[in-house]
Structure formats: C-alpha cells, structure tokens
Design a protein around this ligand. Sequence first.
Ligand code: GLN
Length: 373
Amino acid sequence: MNEKKAILVLEDGTCFNGCSLGAAGETIGELVFNTSMMGYQEILTDPSYAGQIVALTYPLIGNYGINEEDVESYKLFLEGFIVKECSPFSSNWRSKIDLSEFLVKKGIVGIQGIDTRALTCQIRDFGSQQGIISTIDFDRTRLQEKAKSAPGLTGRDLVAKVTCEKPYDWVNKKGTPHLSRKYKVIVYDCGVKYSILRKLAHAGCSVHVVPAKTSFETVLEMNPDGIVLSNGPGDPSVVSYMIENIKGLLGKRPIFGICLGHQLLALALGLKTSKLKFGHHGGNQPVMDLSTKKVEITAQNHCFAVEIPSQGMLHKSTYGDVEITHLNLNDKSVEGLKCHSVPAFSVQYHPEASPGPHDADYLFDRFLQTMKS
Ligand SMILES: NC(=O)CC[C@H](N)C(=O)O
C-alpha cells in the first residue's frame, strides 16, 4: 500500500485518515457509496459519476486490474475514489494496468485504508453530503469549510460537461459504423455509457450518437427509427434543453429513456423529480415490473428519482396517460414508466449492465418491437 498520507473530511466535520490512492492532490465531490462487489472499472468510467466521490463498500478492490474492453467512456469524470484496500497486485488475462496506476494516469485523487463501513453508515443514516480528499492539506477545519462551500449536485447541469462535442457513429471492431442495420437509432448523449451503444449495436441497430444540445428538429431530419435518451450525471430538472427536445420528439418517434434519460422523459411529461437521501448505487437492486409482478435484480446508479404522482400510478399528461410501470422493492421509488398514447417508455435502472444477472435485457427487445410497430 502507498504509505503517503491522505485525509477525507466530510461537510459535517467527520474525518477519516488513510493512505493516498491514485494521484496526489485535493478533490471535492458528493459522497456516494456503491455496493457492487465487482465492476470497479465500469464504475470508474461511468460519466454519471461526474460531481461525485465514489466509495466502494466491497473491502478488496482491484484484484483483476484494468482492461481495455470494459470501459464505459473515453474519460473518467468522477471526482474521487475511496476503497478499503486496493489490491497491491492484479491478475487477469485481460488486465493491462493495475488499478492504482490507472488512477494516477487518469489524475484521480483517492484514499484507501479508511473504515468504508463507517463511512457508508454515515451516508446511509444522515444522507449524502459533500466530502473532500486531500493528500496536500491536513487542516481539518479548512478542509471542512471547503467541503461545505462546494456546490453539490442539486441545480447543476453536469450533462453539458460530459456530453460529446460532435455527433459520431458507434463503430464495430473493424472501426466501421454498423450501417446496413435494421433500425437506425439516435442516442442523445447525456453522458452515455458505451454498454448502451454496444447493446443497441448487438441488437441490430445502427447507432448514431448526438450531443445533448442537438435540437429535436435536427434529430428528426436524420430520420431515425427510434431515439434513446442516455444516462448522465447531475440534477435532471435543470437540463431544460433536453426536456424541450423530448417534448418535440414525443409522438414523432419511439423513445427509450435510461436512468437520467428516464428522469428527463418524466419531466417532459409533466412529472417531478427529487433527490433521494443517498441514492441507489450497486448491482443488486430489486425492482418489480408491476404488470407481471416479476422481480428483476438490477444495476443502478442514481441520486435523483421520479416522484410518484399525487393521484397515484397514472399521470394525465398532454401526451396522454403515463403509467408508473416499475417500483424499487427496497424503498418503493419509481423505477419505470410508459406512455399509453405515444411510443415512449423508460427505466431508472441500467438494462445494459449485467452485474451477474441479465434480468433487464428484455427492455432492448421491447424497444426494437416498438420501432418495428
Ligand atoms: N446514472 C444516471 O443516469 C444518473 C441519473 C441522475 N444523474 C441521478 O443521479 O439520479
């Protein structure tokens, strides 16, 4: 273990002393804990973690290294990383680099050797808060002040920070776009995970990714068969340009929203979103499909959620009835919705992720069916 000191100070003054992991320096972000036992590479490269410091609850992380295939983005957008113990060596046939080297290379400041269980209990009991990791300043009062004055996630448009600058086609292994495909899908990149693009390509779609600020008129001119609203970081309620785009697309083409995309679709339909106490981040969240009563084990990563409409599971929107289709069995929060009069549906969880189970794969088939009809 790197013996260089590091400190984590929370907004409320709680302090953890540990060792530096990754780059030296200082970083501030909203603290979240992720309960996945593996998949740290996918977590690190998920753009939805922009603005956040991620603590992993599983105690030993890094033992299968980092490979070239499992990245979810070209860049790391999270603010910091916390583990109990980073494995000092890694072993896997695909591994190209150790986790700690990878973090240094990507400039991510982290801390290890702290009681991640105590940190998790703190976040779970008192809710998420800002935290600061430092390897250069150990003055607790000063660090706490900095954490307190950090902006937080609410009211911040982080999509603008992570969306692609230019449109691009998702290419196959030979580097050419999948053009002669059955369905042409436009993906609004709000911080898209590559697994979504991989799944769509695997399902037989040609996949065109566009920046989040692309107008709905431009998207319609491209004549897609369907539109995917991707995952992404931050507070959905302030991403007004996406909400306006969705309003322009509803009823014109089939829409499938994933995570932030689900929240944005809900907002466009007149529903509300709000922040959860500490969010859902992990690979074993139980979700019930209310129409079949079937329970799926799902991967999730979100801090905000769609509120249950005051009149119950059916919401009257200007686009017709909107039904809440899925609920989280842990806290009964909204996990999915569908429109009755226009082809649009969405889920709060990640059907493209497979933290073991592939329970939610069927949603891609459903999207294909919607495009077909
Ligand atoms: N993974 C996501 O798309 C996250 C959605 C949103 N930023 C949230 O935290 O709730």
